[in-house]
Design a protein around this ligand. Structure first.
Ligand code: HEC
Ligand code: HEC
Length: 205
């Protein structure tokens, strides 16, 4: 799939910095006394200061729920989510350090990424979101309280790649999300995701 090639090219550019991060963490384990904000400094190169991503395919993680943060980090650490740069990085951290970072990031504001979008597609996407996604991604995908990640305001390339990972089985969807995603694909095809992602890129409901 074209997305996958694009993903490899983009992620490839990140690999060098990521492996040096993971390597440093392996060689010199962070003391459990390291503060969460010190730990988070390591992440800023990709996720931005306090988790406000500047791109290109990296999610914003400031303001996401601590529960979701921990779940996804442990998923990376234990190889349950495959095919990502984070599986290497997450292995450099203990569960306690992950918990501390989860709490740190949950307290930061979620910053909507600045990007262009197609207004007509966004309009259609808003309707599709209500029909297929809102049940679990509440408030137009902006709520952190539903512990399903934050979609509204994430960068389009990131949204594309995460959906590619889900559809390829590199990351497992819950049964119910899969049902909705399959229903969307059947009815709207890939254009459905395009519309949805333009809605999320709009950054507001
Ligand atoms: C080299 C770049 C890079 C570094 C450094 C990095 N990340 Fe990531 N992170 C990514 C990318 C890219 C993704 C998207 C998943 C993927 O395709 O790998 C991601 C995904 C995540 C997610 C999932 C977000 C979501 O919405 O599902 C969390 C949480 C996360 N990273 C936390 C961290 C933490 C904590 C650190 C520092 C210890 C860190 N990352 C360091 C690139 C990076
Ligand atoms: C039945 C509940 C449910 C429905 C419906 C649902 N999702 Fe999800 N979604 C989740 C949960 C729970 C997660 C958290 C991570 C996981 O389980 O993989 C998630 C995670 C995601 C992520 C990754 C978030 C991140 O920060 O990386 C994306 C992207 C996503 N969903 C898109 C969608 C889209 C688009 C729709 C509608 C077509 C949808 N979901 C419908 C429950 C749902």
């Amino acid at each position: 799939m074209a997305y996958n090639n694009l993903k490899r090219a983009l992620i490839g550019a990140l690999v060098i910095s990521a492996s040096s991060v993971a390597f440093a963490a392996d060689k010199k384990p962070l003391l459990s006394g390291a503060s969460a904000s010190m730990l988070a400094n390591t992440c800023a190169g990709c996720h931005g200061t306090n988790g406000a991503s500047t791109g290109p395919a990296t999610p914003s993680i400031g303001g996401i729920s601590a529960v979701y943060f921990e779940e996804v980090m442990l998923g990376f650490k234990n190889d349950e989510i495959k095919n990502t740069i984070m599986t290497r990085i997450a292995k450099g951290y203990t569960e306690d350090e992950i918990k501390a970072m989860a709490e740190f990031y949950a307290k930061q504001p979620f910053v909507v990424a600045k990007q262009s979008f197609d207004a007509d597609k966004a309009k259609k996407g808003a309707k599709l979101h209500d029909k297929y996604c809102e049940k679990c991604h509440a408030d137009g995908g902006s709520s952190a309280d539903d512990d399903s990640g934050v979609l509204l305001g994430q960068l389009i390339p990131y949204l594309h790649y995460s959906m590619v990972d889900y559809r390829a089985g590199d990351r497992e969807m819950t049964k119910k999300m899969k049902k909705k995603v399959n229903a969307l694909i059947k009815k709207e095809g890939d254009a459905g995701f395009d519309a949805l992602f333009n809605f999320y890129a709009q950054g507001k409901q």
